[in-house]
Design a binder for this molecule. Structure first.
Ligand SMILES: NC(=O)c1ccc[n+]([C@@H]2O[C@H](COP(=O)([O-])OP(=O)(O)OC[C@H]3O[C@@H](n4cnc5c(N)ncnc54)[C@H](OP(=O)(O)O)[C@@H]3O)[C@@H](O)[C@H]2O)c1
Length: 299
């Protein structure tokens, strides 16, 4: 029905675990005290963002100090307050090696280093951060299978993979790729068209949407094409929310039941991300955002 609200805000299945429709990302959780990081993590958990996503490379850019430093900071939080570990579904990523730039052959060593930095025995989700075009998927699958069998990781996901790359890996790891993490927002629509969403629905993989606010660009009036500005402003006013909230709602309004990974380090903004769950967007609204972002009407 054209007027039906497309937002499904029910919990998502991440393999054998249950997570909220909003997750918390630690890319920008760098360069602060352990107390400061703990406050942000607790705020995210309190507001239902129980999937906490990090990566070994976080900290190398975006204001951080070094490769591994974001995981070390999160490890500091978990050491200071160990009970938080049970409240979160902990996800990390590996495979980016600065200067190389990718090597899936090192995923086992990379994962072990992540576990050490985080001070935990198991990751709930381990993701290949970017596809390594020079590793055979059968070899990558063998490494991931060893990590699963040893209990160092509970589940496997991919990130920034083309559907064909995911399919190739799935051939050698049948039934074990349970999530795909890709950039998706009102500014970046690729997963709608490149087969990522379709593959997630086909194989019941959880779609984890990174940079749901386009890294912040979507929140600024004038930061995006005028046609998109106009639609976002109108719908945000109608729904009585700010643009960030509306843009998070857009990400959630897809039948694949995506999870939007919130990246703010501002506690007020982390908390208000929850307002996106109350927004109502119809099929016409969502298509309007898509077409305004594309700058042309769909045929
Ligand atoms: N797999 C990958 O390759 C990949 C790549 C990038 C990101 N990620 C994941 O996705 C997560 C989120 O990415 P992201 O940080 O780029 O997400 P985002 O939500 O698109 O952008 C967050 C940025 O927007 C700013 N912002 C401005 N106004 C805001 C508002 N009203 N509400 C919220 N934020 C506002 C935030 O600043 P303040 O902090 O000041 O609020 C922050 O700098 C990362 O932490 C990481 O886990 C994965």
């Amino acid at each position: 029905m054209t007027n039906t609200n497309l937002l499904d805000t029910s919990p998502r299945q991440l393999g054998d675990q249950t997570i909220g429709p909003l997750a918390y990302g630690c890319w920008r959780l760098v360069n602060m005290s352990v107390d400061g990081a703990q406050a942000r993590i607790e705020c995210a958990l309190e507001h239902g963002m129980n999937l906490v996503d990090t990566a070994d490379v976080y900290g190398l850019d975006w204001g951080g100090t070094a490769f591994g430093s974001a995981e070390e900071l999160l490890g500091g939080v978990l050491k200071q307050k160990p009970e938080l570990r049970r409240q979160m579904v902990l996800a990390s990523k590996g495979g980016i090696i600065p200067g190389v730039p990718y090597d899936s052959g090192y995923l086992e060593a990379a994962c072990e280093a992540s576990l050490r930095r985080l001070g935990v025995e198991q990751l709930d989700l381990y993701q290949i951060h970017r596809p390594d075009m020079l590793s055979h998927p059968e070899e990558t699958a063998a490494i991931l299978d060893r990590l699963l069998t040893s209990g160092k990781i509970r589940q496997v996901g991919v990130s920034n993979h083309a559907p064909t790359q995911t399919s190739a890996l799935m051939t050698f790891l049948p039934g074990k790729i349970i999530s795909q993490q890709s950039e998706y927002s009102a500014l970046h629509l690729a997963p709608l068209f490149d087969g990522t969403f379709d593959q997630c629905m086909q194989h019941e993989q959880t779609m984890l949407a990174w940079s749901p606010l386009g890294g912040g660009t979507l929140t600024e009036l004038g930061g995006v094409p005028a046609s998109l500005d106009k639609v976002l402003e109108r719908l945000a006013t109608r729904e009585d929310v700010d643009r960030a909230t509306l843009c998070l709602a857009f990400v959630l309004a897809h039948p694949a039941k995506p999870v939007a990974i919130v990246g703010s380090i501002d506690q007020g903004r982390i908390a208000s991300a929850r307002n996106s769950l109350k927004v109502k967007l119809t099929r016409t609204d969502v298509y309007e955002i898509i077409q305004a972002s594309m700058g042309e009407d769909l045929p």
